[in-house]
Design a protein around this ligand. Sequence first.
Ligand code: NAD
Length: 370
Amino acid sequence: MRLGVPAETAAGETRVALVPEVVKRLVAKGLDVRVAPGAGARALIPDAAFAEAGAELSDDVWGCDVVLKVAPPAEEEIGRLGADSVLLGFLNPLGAPGTVGALASAGVTAFAVEAIPRISRAQSMDALSSQSNVAGLKSVILAAEVLPRFFPMLMTAAGTIPPAKVLVLGAGVAGLQALATAKRLGAKTTGYDVRPEVAEQVRSLGAQFLDLGISAAGEGGYARELTEEERAAQQQALTDAIKGFDVVITTALVPGRPAPRLVTAEAVAGMAPGSVIIDLAGETGGNCELTVPGETVVREDVTIVSPLNLPASMPQHASMLYARNLLAFLDLVVGEDGRLNLNFEDEIVAGACVARGGEVVHPAVKTALE
Ligand code: NAD
């Protein structure tokens, strides 16, 4: 069976779906791996490293049995996939369900890494987590770069500087990593989420938990969207709380929905001059009312940074972790004989599959397409 790795073409995408370490393991399993020349260039992986690991360098990757991608394929790329081929990658199935529809029409069997169930057995395949870890860490580095003040407490001959106060809104994978990183840089940290079970995880990272009394646990371990009244109460309570923080990092998401608005213009106006907001939810509209997705803006002397695709700013390790996630999924679906063995009775295989047999098969994507 042949696996193909194209060069990513989406704007700003620097990652690559496989790295040499993982190619070596796939080749050892008896699989043929074909990598497009230059596919690893922006992740600083030379073609020679792929060749040394046993990959064949060839532009003819789209006709392979299984195509491995990072970003969702462009329309033109979908046209190059063979009918009966298999595609595995980020497909943004709820944000851009039309891509899944086009893949189904092309006869492709498509697996979206976002749809892999968040269960213990699938932890090693969890690309949302591996990439959110990168984003969470990098968000704090960005904040420290922009903040015109220190992160750690400094006791110097010229007197003492208090530590920066960092608030992280949304304590999922990215948020917890941001809390851990900010703590390591010496900040005084506070975390907030609407899933009550997160409080313990926040505290275990040496942070305080901001309890606003709103509980909104949803399905599959995710948060649900708040009601109008809950949203208003949350915004008001956060506006009061945010005043005291030097840095606010926002990571709150609800799958398939616009990012919840947590930080109002009034809250921004209440922050001290020089304070910083890093909004990681820009791709779905932003958690801050004043966020301009993909840009850095200054409002009321507060800098609001909305980086898109932060994992692409650390392509070497982001690609390595992602490739290991794909390897774990391939381990599940490739049989001893080196051939594809798709067992749709398996909840991971069935859950991740978004298109098959000419149809969109994922219930939430079907609903999104209606
Ligand atoms: P996510 O990226 O979808 O959302 C980030 C955070 O935003 C979540 O913690 C969510 O509760 C929070 N949020 C949503 N709306 C909010 C609001 N209005 N106000 C404040 N916070 C809000 O989440 P994620 O990081 O992908 O994690 C989702 C879940 O998956 C978590 O329960 C996580 O523990 C779980 N998970 C499980 C596994 C596993 O068992 N294999 C692995 C990773 C993550």
